[in-house]
Design a protein. Structure first.
Length: 240
């Protein structure tokens, strides 16, 4: 069944699970809990058909112990408050439906964070696809699409012809792993830019006839934070 975005958006308040954005760990928390034990069945049967009431309720409690999303939790609690057949029906069909609702809400939340084009494209494809498509997106597709977006972001940085430090670290990230690219964009770029800015500040100090005010401002920037150094290079030196 395809999910329509307006209808799904209305369920966010009631169903949305706790999420960590645009991370691979998100998918692990959304996977449906596995049965507590394997049960031998014949073709066409469900393992839940032959379980006793106590076994069925133990199975649902095992699922709840995995701290699933709000949709699964709500449906599981409702089943436990009902009859044996209510619990059996939840395990046979209700769990999968509730898990898909949670997955759809998780994807809508990712889109709400205004991700890059790759993540946006794959997230929308998953929403328009099957429950299996949504599970696959959260499990592996999100990480792949995010890495594609990270790669594009780094290439854009290199396209701006940055300094040697940024160029070196950006190319290392491109040649590395997805984790390397994430780390570069999160912290490495800032540090590499500070390295380049520090070199530029020393060049300013080495200028012949530099004014005392500019010299003092450059020294202060070199001793400051990467952000203060960046401001001096891009704005402060011209104000002085």
């Amino acid at each position: 069944m395809k999910h329509t975005r307006p209808a799904l958006a209305l369920t966010i308040g009631a169903l949305a699970p706790a999420l960590l954005l645009a991370t691979p760990a998100l998918a692990a928390g959304q996977a449906a809990a596995a049965p507590a034990k394997a049960v031998a069945v014949t073709a066409g049967e469900s393992p839940y058909d032959t379980m006793s009431d106590a076994e069925l309720r133990a199975e649902v409690n095992h699922i709840l112990a995995g701290k699933p999303g709000k949709g699964v939790t709500s449906a599981a609690d409702k089943a436990l408050a009902g009859t044996t057949e209510d619990v059996r029906t939840f395990l046979k069909t209700g769990l999968a439906k509730a898990q898909d609702d949670d997955n759809a809400v998780a994807i809508l939340r990712i889109l709400g964070g205004k991700p890059g084009k790759g993540v946006t494209r794959e997230a929308n494809k998953a929403l328009d696809g099957t429950p299996a498509d949504r599970t696959a997106f959260l499990k592996t597709g999100l990480a792949k699409a995010q890495d594609d977006d990270n790669t594009v972001a780094i290439l854009r940085i290199l396209g701006g012809k940055p300094g040697k430090g940024v160029t070196r670290e950006a190319n290392k990230a491109l040649d590395g792993t997805p984790a390397d690219r994430t780390a570069f964009l999160k912290t490495g770029l800032r540090l590499a830019q500070a390295e380049d800015d520090r070199v530029e500040a020393f060049r300013i100090l080495a200028r012949p006839g530099i004014s005392e005010a500019l010299y003092a401002a450059a020294q202060k920037a070199i001793d400051g934070t990467p952000e203060e150094l960046r401001y001096f290079i891009t704005v402060g030196q011209f104000q002085v």
